[in-house]
Design a protein around this ligand. Structure first.
Ligand code: SF4
Length: 322
């Protein structure tokens, strides 16, 4: 369904009048997601996971590499084909507060994609989308504005808006991180239910590796624009192999925002700036297993070590007792 091949997304950032820096947001990433499956993309803020999600929707373009959707190369689609593709691929944003127009009511919000894509049977489709996300009876919600809804209800409206065009592929970008703890499990359960019912394919972007275990079929851990570990979520969470994944797992017990501080205590400091990516393994300035003249010399490749598990770390090239 989705295939990304050696993709790089770099951004130019102005630095003063004449100078420009290059941010390496995605730096040579490959993966695929099979139809009806979920890949969880996990990592700290700024690791490139949202850019990678946008890349699969062609909301950003790679400077290198290619992206395929159902076998179709979408990397260089022209406007007309791109619009057609966008009917089939949608996004659910992290923040249902800022992603919903406060001046539109629920009907107008969910109807908007149908207007953009000139799709008929608007009323029936809006009613169906609200039923899918369990905002029923629909009449109780259609005339309400975002500020009249709870956080969980707002996220259900976002999901209804994403579903109304009947897409096959959805990027769910931190869909539960801005809502209260009691609604989180309900929203994830709803997404799971919708996936089974409609055979949806998901890219689930999250900083919370624990929810990936429940929601995803496969997991990719990202650090500074690269995938550093890939595999089955149960196995990766039970026995993380990359030192960065190990730190993410160790930080799990604390909910956000303490989780961020805890992670920084465990591995030390902030992630390095994607403008100045460290030489060699990009995790080496924070890694407790750093090996001089190896880890700071050449970047380790993402290599298969057992079953589906792939790791980018020299520990697993020089040691075979994992
Ligand atoms: Fe740590 Fe070296 Fe492995 Fe990088 S390659 S994660 S620095 S042990």
């Amino acid at each position: 369904m989705i295939r990304v091949e050696r993709a790089k997304v770099y951004f130019e950032v102005r630095k003063g009048f004449f100078k420009r820096d290059i941010v390496k947001a995605v730096d040579g990433v490959s993966f695929k997601i099979d139809k009806g499956k979920t890949l969880a993309l996990v990592g700290e803020s700024g690791c490139g996971k949202t850019t990678l999600g946008k890349l699969t929707l062609r909301l950003v373009k790679p400077i290198e590499g290619r992206v395929f959707f159902d076998g179709l190369d979408i990397t260089n689609l022209k406007e007309k084909e791109l619009k057609e593709f966008r009917r089939k691929a949608q996004i659910i944003f992290q923040d249902p507060y800022s992603s919903l127009d406060p001046t539109q009511n629920v009907y107008q919000i969910v109807e908007e994609p149908l207007l953009i894509h000139k799709v008929g049977e608007k009323k029936e489709r809006v009613y169906k989308a609200l039923e899918d996300v369990k905002l029923i009876p629909q009449e109780d919600f259609l005339g309400k504005y975002p500020h009249q809804l709870s956080g969980g209800q707002r996220q259900r409206v976002s999901i209804a808006r994403a579903l109304v065009l009947e897409p096959n592929y959805i990027v769910a970008d931190e869909p539960v991180s801005m809502i209260d703890a009691s609604s989180r499990a309900e929203i994830l359960f709803l997404l799971k239910e919708l996936q089974a019912k409609k055979n949806l394919t998901f890219l689930y972007i999250t900083h919370d590796i624990a929810t990936a275990k429940y929601f995803a079929d496969e997991i990719a851990v990202m650090y500074l624009g690269k995938i550093v570990e890939y595999g089955n979520p149960q196995e990766v969470i039970k026995e993380p192999k990359h030192p960065y994944t190990q730190a993410l797992i160790e930080a799990i017990p604390e909910p956000e925002p303490k989780n961020k501080d805890r992670l920084r205590k465990i591995i030390g400091g902030e992630p390095p700036n994607p403008i100045n990516v460290p030489k060699g393994c990009r995790f080496h300035p924070r890694c407790p297993y750093f090996m001089k003249d190896i880890c700071d010399t050449k970047e380790p490749e993402l290599k298969r070590v057992e079953g589906k598990r792939e790791i980018s770390c020299y520990l697993y090239e020089f040691r075979r007792d994992y």
